[in-house]
Design a binder for this molecule. Structure first.
Ligand SMILES: *Cc1c(COP(=O)(O)O)cnc(C)c1O
Length: 240
């Protein structure tokens, strides 16, 4: 954190002012031991890169429920922000793109029965007016955006459910019209509206997602929060 403070102070002129723009901060580490072979490195380098960033994933996305390929399995490294985790997702994402989808909804590795994440984001739904998100399973990355949104929604008195969400439940909710919103949650985009969910050749459209009252209320609250326009009731802000 002291390195991060120091770097952001040095580069403060690069912090963009535009609404919904941000200074993307990416700390990372990699092994540096000069050794050819497969083992954990004995030395590491810690680095932080910064990048001014405009709005991200601005348009609502069309996603497909993936029931063949796997991003992460229980007992693996899917819960960690490890670069290697992205490797398994690239080819499936490419295939989905060729089919006309922007991203994938990952399902559990064992049965492909339960929803896990959306692309490189956590996923949330509004079903019967409750905010529903898959419970952390070991193969889901516990994102800070996910956690922030859950805390905010609870503080507003919203019904929040962290539990298994089956593909069948989701499809049924889309057919019955009880799914009113679906969105991805992650640092870069904060919230990314999902406009269409494809499952086994059928595309389910979520009409008027851009008006989604829950997603938009959370998004603007988080944006105001980051800009110091609402009281920091959670103690999350750090002034540099
Ligand atoms: C980065 C990431 C997220 C979101 O995490 P945040 O801490 O909210 O940025 C979710 N899922 C995956 C797979 C990720 O790589």
């Amino acid at each position: 954190m002291s390195a991060l403070r120091e770097l952001v102070t040095l580069d403060k002129d690069w912090v963009p002012n535009g609404e919904e723009s941000s200074l993307y901060i990416r700390p990372f580490m990699f092994g540096t031991e000069p050794f050819l072979g497969v083992k954990a490195s004995d030395s590491y380098r810690f680095m932080i890169i910064l990048s001014p960033s405009g709005r991200y994933y601005a348009t609502p996305v069309k996603v497909k429920i993936e029931k063949h390929f796997v991003r992460a399995a229980k007992g693996g490294t899917g819960f960690a922000k490890a670069a290697g985790n992205y490797a398994a997702s690239l080819r499936p994402a490419q295939l989905a793109k060729a089919d006309g989808y922007d991203q994938l909804i990952w399902t559990d590795a064992q049965e492909h029965k339960y929803i896990e994440e959306a692309g490189t984001m956590n996923i949330m739904f509004v079903i019967n007016d409750a905010l529903v998100t898959p419970a952390l399973s070991g193969s889901i990355l516990p994102g800070v955006t996910r956690d922030s949104i859950l805390q905010i929604a609870r503080s507003w008195g919203m019904k929040v459910e962290e539990r298994q969400v089956s593909v069948d439940e989701l499809v049924q909710a889309m057919e019955q019209g009880t799914l009113s919103e679906a969105f991805g949650a992650g640092t870069a985009a904060t919230i990314s509206h999902i406009r269409t969910i494809g499952h086994e050749g059928i595309d389910y459209d979520l009409p008027h997602v851009e008006d989604g009252p829950v997603a938009n209320k959370i998004k603007s609250y988080l944006n105001d929060f980051k800009r110091g326009r609402v009281e920091d009731t959670f103690g999350w802000n750090m002034k540099v």
